[in-house]
Design a protein around this ligand. Structure first.
Ligand code: HAM
Length: 448
């Protein structure tokens, strides 16, 4: 079928693939529901303006955007966050707080082809609106952990790296960066983190970009970034920070550290301590984050991020809604799928009927059809051959199908007004009167 392949970065879902996708969605949905989140959905096509300058430069260059036949500038959605802010903003007055919403949906970004990144992918988005305190972060990080632990993955398989953009702001301000420069410095830190192993020398050229700062300041930025990376203790970060912080910033820094502690303690009380570590190298590439940010990675570091999120207290208001604090995350299906394969946590593809009907001819087919329909209407999966075939062939198909039971409609059975029921596992057989077929089959299946 040359010439008719799917577009690069887009996937066909054959039944085996679809079943794997459903497994992922099932685990995510059951986690989100157990945490009390309500499910919503939204349009795939949105006004282009919703993303311009809201999502950040990187996403803007990746939009699948066009002008529709009515002359509107539109875009396929690259993410859910601006949309959910609009939706919650519209009804904020009437929604009970905290507002806890989730969705599972497909997104589109014109990304460069690489392992773990496609142009159409799914995310579970979970967001909490109306809670300014770190309790919302605890709830979301615990849910993110469950979205991976629900597959049987453990703290040896993945890690959540928690960071804080506010601490970065205070620190960079103390070093003399202006409010306008800081987001750009953080973008550099983000790219540097994604680029791989943190080495002081490698970071230097990035910091060099930042204008007329004296060499000592530049050295401090990159030393800070590196030292605050993984496995650096909270106390050490605090000390490092305070040596540069202005006295008036100290109080702000201490307050943030107290919230940090609250998040870590809450998660520890839930037994989730080993799933999370503080890591200031995480700053997030999206423009709207305002406080704590976090990302999930595989422990081996083979894969791109599994999930990312954080606090974005200004976005609802920027999009025309009320002043509503918000925090959330999205986990993606592509890297999650790769991790599940690596750890052999994908469910085997199962496509077996519960019952296979073996039919001995035209007259038998009439009787069989009545039972088959009654069983199916009661929710039992039944299959039968479309054409009249030799018994031997039908039995072979029945056992190959993986069915647990066979119902045999032969001339002898017809004469006795019964059906022969065969257990395909132990080959035992019994006659069942027609009017009892549904009840007997359902009873047997429920005891398996
Ligand atoms: P994000 O970091 O852009 O955040 O994406 C979150 C996750 O979606 C990533 O960690 C990754 O697993 C997956 N993902 C992103 N792009 C691709 C791609 N091209 N191919 C495959 N997977 C991808 C957001 O989207 C924010 N809106 C999350 C959020 C929700 N923040 C607050 N609430």
């Amino acid at each position: 079928m040359a010439g008719f392949q799917s577009l690069p970065g887009f996937r066909d879902y054959h039944p085996e693939d679809f079943s794997r996708r459903q497994q992922v969605f099932r685990v995510w949905r059951s986690a989100a529901t157990a945490f009390g989140f309500q499910e919503y959905d939204a349009p795939v096509l949105e006004p282009l303006d919703l993303y311009k300058a809201k999502s950040g430069e990187e996403i803007e260059t990746q939009l699948f955007s066009f002008t529709d036949k009515g002359g509107r500038e539109v875009s396929l959605r690259p993410e859910m966050t601006p949309t959910v802010c609009r939706m919650v903003g519209e009804k904020a007055g009437s929604l009970k707080r905290p507002i806890k919403w989730f969705s599972i949906a497909e997104f589109y970004r014109y990304e460069r082809a690489q392992k773990g990144r496609l142009r159409a992918f799914h995310q579970l988005n979970a967001d909490i609106f109306g809670e300014a305190g770190p309790e919302a972060e605890i709830e979301l990080i615990a849910l993110l952990i469950q979205c991976l632990a629900g597959f049987g993955l453990t703290q040896d398989d993945f890690i959540i790296r928690l960071s804080d953009r506010n601490l970065w702001f205070y620190y960079l301000e103390a070093l003399g960066f202006t409010a306008a420069q800081i987001p750009a410095v953080l973008t550099v830190v983000d790219r540097f983190d994604k680029a791989g192993a943190p080495q002081v020398e490698a970071f230097k050229p990035y910091v060099e970009k930042f204008g007329p700062l004296d060499q000592t300041t530049k050295n401090r930025v990159h030393a800070f970034a590196l030292q605050s990376g993984s496995n650096f203790s909270e106390q050490e970060i605090l000390t490092l920070w305070l040596q540069d912080a202005k006295p008036e910033a100290r109080e702000k820094v201490s307050a943030r550290m107290a919230d940090f502690r609250k998040i870590m303690d809450g998660l520890a009380d839930m037994g989730l301590k080993d799933f999370v570590e503080m890591d200031m190298m995480v700053v997030r590439g999206l423009a709207y984050y305002t406080g704590f940010v976090f990302e999930a990675f595989d422990r081996k570091g083979d894969l791109r991020a599994l999930a990312g999120g954080g606090r974005y207290n200004d976005l609802v208001k920027k999009l025309g809604g009320p002043d509503l604090p918000a925090v959330g995350f999205a986990i993606g299906d592509v890297t999650t799928g790769l991790l599940l394969e690596q750890h052999k946590k994908t469910e085997p593809y199962a496509n077996a009927p519960a019952v296979y009907a073996v039919i001995g001819g035209e007259a038998a087919r009439k009787t069989a059809f009545a039972d088959i329909q009654a069983l199916r209407a009661s929710g039992v999966r039944v299959e039968y051959p479309f054409k009249d075939l030799a018994f031997g062939k039908q039995f072979k198909t029945a056992s190959e199908s993986g069915a647990k039971l066979a119902l045999i409609y032969g001339d002898d059975e017809l004469a006795k007004r019964v059906v022969k029921l065969r257990d395909l596992a132990d080959r035992s057989e019994r006659d069942v009167p027609h009017d009892q077929v549904v009840a007997v089959v359902r009873d047997l299946l429920s005891r398996r």
